[in-house]
Design a protein around this ligand. Sequence first.
Ligand code: NAD
Ligand code: ZN
Length: 391
Amino acid sequence: MKAAVYESPRTVTVKDVPDAKIEHPCDIIVKITATNICGSDLHMYEGRTSFESGRTLGHENMGQVVEVGSAVSKVQVGEYVVLPFNIACGFCKQCERGLTNYCLTMQPEPALAGAAYGFAEMGPYQGGQAELLRVPYGDFNALRLGEDAAERQTDYVMLADIFPTGYHATEMAHVKPGDQTIVFGAGPVGLMAAYSALLKGAGRVWVADHQPDRLRKAEEIGAIPINTAEQEPAEVVKEATLGLGADNGCECVGYQAHDPSGQEDASLTLNGLIDSVRFTGDLGVVGVFLPEDPGGAEAQGKLEAQGKVPIDFGMMWFKGQHMGTGQAPVKRYNRALRDLIAGDKAKPSFIVSHELGLDEAPAAYEHFDARDEGWTKVVLHPNGHGNGHKQ
Ligand code: NAD
Ligand code: ZN
C-alpha cells in the first residue's frame, strides 16, 4: 500500500510500505478515504520531536471497514467509521474513567500514558495517511457513521481530532451560554474551539492570531478577530468588558507560539490568556507543550529546551484562575458532535481549504507548514476523490 512516510526534518515521501493487516483478534482494517494533516503533524515534520524516520504519519482518519478480526462483534465490513486519534483499550483504569487520552494498555512505555496513530511518544502505531490503517480494539475505537458518511467526509473526518479537541478546550474553560471567551490561535484547532464556544451559546468570542486568512474564517463563523500584528489581545478584551477581562479562554497554539515577526516564545499565549481572562476564570490549554524540545533552534540553551516555560503563575494564582491541559479525550465528545453534524447543526468543514490525493502530501506539508495564505486545512484522500482546491 502507499503511505506518507516521515524521512527527516521537512521531508515526507509517498511510497510503498507493507499492507496494514490484522495483528490481534480485536483489530479492524480501514480503507482510508479521508485523512487530515494536523498542526501536531508539523511538530514531527519539522523534526521537533523524537518521531522515527520511516514511520507513517496521520492521526485524523476516517474510512470504510474492509476487514475485521475474529473477536470483533459490532463493527462490520463495509461500514464507514471515524477513528479518534487516541488509541484506547476501553478496559484500563484510565479508559474506565473516560480518559482514553491517557490509556495505559496501548502505550507500551510504563512511564507514559496515551497512544495515537503515527505520533511521537504515543506508541508504535502507524498513521493513516496511507491506503489502509490497522485500528486496535475496533469495536471500542471506531465510531460508526450514517448513510451520509461518504458525501460529508470533510465534516465527519474532523471528529477524529480537531472538532472534539476544540470542544474539549471549551469544556476545560467551562464555556457556558452567554460567556465572553477568548481563543488564542486561529489554526484549525483554534477555529474549532471558537466554533464550539459559539455552538454552546457564548455571547462573544474573540480569536487572536496574526494570520489574516485564518482570522477571516473566524469572522465567517461569527467570532471577533484580533490581529496580533496590530492589537494586543488583552487590551482589546479588557476594553470590551469594563476592564474585567473575558470569562474564560482557550489556548490553541502550543509551544511554538511566536510573535508576528516569527520570534518563538512558548510563554506568549499562556501569559496572554492569564492576562485576558478575569479573576476566577478558567483556561483550557489544548495547544501542545512538551517535556523537551531538543530540535527547537531558538530554544537551544534556554529553559524551553527542557520543557520549562516561564509563565505568570503569580498573576494566575492571584486571579484564582484554573487551567486544564493535555490531549483531548476524543471519545468523550465524538458521538454527540457526530449527531450535531448529522442533524445539520454543525458543519466543521468550513475550515477545509484543500482536498488532495495522497501523492500530493509532500507539497501539502510544505505549504501547511509555511502557513501559506489560504492553506487552513488539508484533507487527503488516499483512495481517490482528491479534487484540488476547495472554496
Ligand atoms: P496550527 O499550527 O495550524 O495553528 C496554530 C496557529 O497559532 C497559527 O495560525 C499561528 O499563526 C497561531 N499563532 C502562533 N503564535 C501565536 C500567538 N503568539 N498568538 C496567537 N496566535 C498564534 O495548528 P493547529 O492544527 O490549529 O493546532 C494548534 C495546536 O493544537 C498545536 O499545538 C497542536 O499540536 C495542538 N493540538 C492539540 C490536540 C490535543 O488533543 N490537545 C489535538 C490536536 C492539536
Ligand atoms: Zn491532529
